[in-house]
Design a protein around this ligand. Sequence first.
Ligand code: 5AD
Ligand code: SF4
Length: 490
Amino acid sequence: MSKKLYIETVGCQMNVLDSELVVGGLRRDGYELTHEAVDADVILFNTCSVREHAEEKIYSALGRLVGHKKSHPDKVIGVIGCMAQKDQELIRRRAPHVDMVVGTGQLGQIPSLVKVVQETRQPQYALSLGRAEAGKKDVEASFESYDPVRDPSMRPTSFQAFVRIQIGCDKFCTYCVVPSTRGPEQSRHPNQIWGEVKQLADEGCKEITLLGQTVNSYEFEHGDGRRTRLSDLIAGMHEVPGIERIKFVTNYPKDMTDDLLDAVRELPKAVKYLHVPVQSGCNEVLKRMKRMYSVEFYREMLQRCREKVPGVAISSDFIVGFCGETEEAFQKTCDLVRESRFKNSFIFKYSKRPGTKADDLYPDDIPEEVKKRRNNDLLAIQNANSLADHKSKVGETVSVLVEGPSKLGMKQTSGPIQLAGRSMTDHIVVFDGNPRLIGQTIDVRVHEASPFTLYGQAVTTDLQKTETWSEPVSYPKDPANDRRLGLPLV
Ligand code: 5AD
Ligand code: SF4
């Protein structure tokens, strides 16, 4: 009988990719995926520590497994990823039934750790060094990621893949746990990255999303004076046959260099979309966050992006209710959102993270109701802008990579169903069509817009003309595990 693996993933795209690699490793040991935790021999939680809420969800899920573990002591329960790296002691105390705590830099060891737990019934811990625990080189080495074993079945879709180009972060924004959970910033060798992209293209992958916490700080020093920047990296993979689209997330405002913007403009496969989080529209708040730029700098950067890449769509992240954020400071953020014409924004209420500089230095002094209200107010301003942005697309014909059925389409069982995909500016587009269009790039004429979605009609293709609509619909992936429209990367 085959061994079963259950893996639950929360957090950013980096975690989605990590889970793909962990599944790949365990599959080689004969594990098959199951969607029910209680059916599995190995139960893994790939965790996120960016906000407290994400951590509490994991502790609740672990709590629900206490009885199951008691009656099935042979099962292996593992907490992996950011929370594991950050809170091994706490996990030991709050969830003593956990058998395995594995940090972001040790995921490659999971298959062997599972065996040790099964043989010894002793809990196993594998973690990287803390950033102040040793010299730079040793800390870096302890976070080094392993050679990935790609598992196509865990990808967002068979024709889309994430590729990690950088690990860690050295920016140390005061509110953020990532520099400690993912370690020092390290860029991967371009040859490795290009090799992976070629392999993915051979497997039928059309869209590559390059991942890094500050992806545009990517730089690989070859040691002989040569260096490869993100723009060079994109230019290199642009030549790979089969690849149609190249995206990259998440950008750091100060590292948005002209060579990168030139590459995005000049290279037809580069998606004309930039996610560049600003976090706040008030200089005092940005200073306390240690973002290292001013609102004026960010405004100029936005203008430069738009001048250099005509038609580019830009999105941002915001934290509301950060320590000491006055009403006046918040209004400055509202002003920035009003004027910036972001395609969309991800807005978060500040969540105090133990171990961060902000937690040491500043009281979390904005009441929860105020954070909530500011969140709603900012969202309302952004939604009005998103609607205006979407409406400006009505009448245009956009090229859509069809990702799968929309939420509505998932419930439709015959005939043309509602399909969803993204345009070259990362706008979500839905339209009615044959499920066989999933994975293809087609032209869609936009006739209606909401704040989140463009509605359109496929510009008729030969494929559509000859299709009959009566056959049963089958989807490439279990919709319950569908992560196509995921959150931005921290
Ligand atoms: N509280 C709330 N939001 C946070 N983010 C990062 N750390 C925190 C925190 N402590 C947000 C930032 C980042 C996004 C992915 O998560 O806006 O860009
Ligand atoms: Fe790094 Fe982004 Fe976190 Fe800042 S918010 S420390 S840039 S991961």
